[in-house]
Design a protein around this ligand. Structure first.
Ligand SMILES: Cc1cc2nc3c(=O)[nH]c(=O)nc-3n(C[C@H](O)[C@H](O)[C@H](O)COP(=O)(O)OP(=O)(O)OC[C@H]3O[C@@H](n4cnc5c(N)ncnc54)[C@H](O)[C@@H]3O)c2cc1C
Length: 296
């Protein structure tokens, strides 16, 4: 399969990229790692007249961690974030989830920000950004051309984000969770490296007495966008090693509204959301207790 004909642009700076994107408007499409866009082009499911390759924008190739957040620039590949020690120490969920994205060769090339803009409802990172309450940084040419969009507003539908034509996503900001928080990512896929039939990320925050203070999940592949679920009602106040994890699973199963498709029935996906949430909450609470122990 070969892609339809397109004009190719390779700007050397962010300013140049924004100028080209502004001129092209609806006709232009950003090319980052190409791990989602190139298959779509080859299968003729997308036919942009112009591709704007951002791989020379070295200024966007950065991962920084500070007291508040991990900021991932638009050229940082999945593998870079997965193996970044500071990012892992700040937000273990990033590595936990990225390890389930495709295969190492794809993670060497695909970008975190590209995955977020692509907004696949089966992708791990949109759920991670939603779960952590993160934001996307977007830029366009001209004065006042920068804006930040909260994750809850960024994912609009399957393969649809709040990015406007002519805009470039420059970074994603993943906030740190409060002290006492542990995390887990679990998923089921037909084959290792495939998109998940269902996946669940969980954050559990423990108080000083190692009881659950708050618990949240985000599920993928069970709706058009990641589904955030507050599990605190099921687990709040319970000991970190003896809560009713299955109650959290039941809450999650009731909260999702999947549809049948060629890969699985809606009932099976709902079942998985429950089972995986049960497992992930137990694992995240154990992780939180382990981190609390290490911090003493
Ligand atoms: C076999 C295979 C298996 C995969 N399995 C998984 C999986 O299990 N989980 C998963 O999450 N992903 C999976 N992927 C997708 C992979 O993670 C991609 O890397 C990612 O979805 C897109 O990142 P990219 O940098 O390659 O973006 P590209 O393919 O270059 O672009 C994707 C889309 O985002 C837009 N875009 C990219 N960057 C920007 C930007 N900075 N500003 C504005 N628009 C931008 C593009 O215009 C395009 O519309 C898989 C891919 C393959 C080929």
């Amino acid at each position: 399969m070969k892609p339809p004909v397109f004009d190719y642009h390779r700007p050397g700076t962010v300013a140049e990229a924004l100028a080209v994107l502004a001129e092209l408007g609806h006709q232009g499409k950003v090319l980052a790692g190409g791990q989602s866009l190139v298959p779509l082009l080859n299968m003729r499911l997308a036919a942009p007249a112009h591709l704007v390759d951002v791989n020379r924008l070295g200024e966007l190739d950065e991962v920084t961690s500070d007291a508040g957040a991990v900021r991932v620039g638009a050229l940082a590949r999945h593998a870079r974030v997965e193996h970044d020690r500071e990012a892992f120490a700040a937000i273990p969920l990033l590595r936990q989830a990225i390890g389930d994205i495709a295969h190492p060769t794809i993670r060497n090339r695909g970008t975190v920000v590209g995955s977020l803009v692509h907004a696949d409802p089966a992708a791990e990172l949109p759920a991670v950004l939603v779960l952590l309450g993160g934001t996307m940084e977007l830029a366009r040419a001209g004065n006042g051309g920068r804006r930040q969009v909260a994750a809850a507003d960024f994912f609009v539908g399957p393969l649809e984000s709040a990015l406007h034509p002519g805009e470039l996503a420059t970074a994603a900001v993943f906030p740190r969770s409060p002290a006492g928080t542990g995390s887990a990512w679990v998923e089921v896929a037909r084959r290792h490296g495939d998109y998940a039939i269902c996946g669940v990320g969980v954050l559990v925050t423990l108080d000083q007495g190692l009881r659950v203070e708050a618990a949240r999940a985000a599920c993928i592949s069970v709706g058009p966008v990641p589904v955030p679920i507050d599990l605190t009602d099921a687990l709040g106040g319970k000991p970190h090693d003896a809560a009713d994890w299955a109650a959290a699973g039941r809450l999650a199963a009731a909260a999702v509204d999947p549809e049948d498709d060629i890969h699985a029935t809606a009932a099976y996906r709902r079942h998985l959301a429950g089972v995986l949430t049960t497992r992930a909450t137990r694992a995240a609470a154990a992780h939180a207790a382990q981190r609390a122990e290490a911090a003493r």
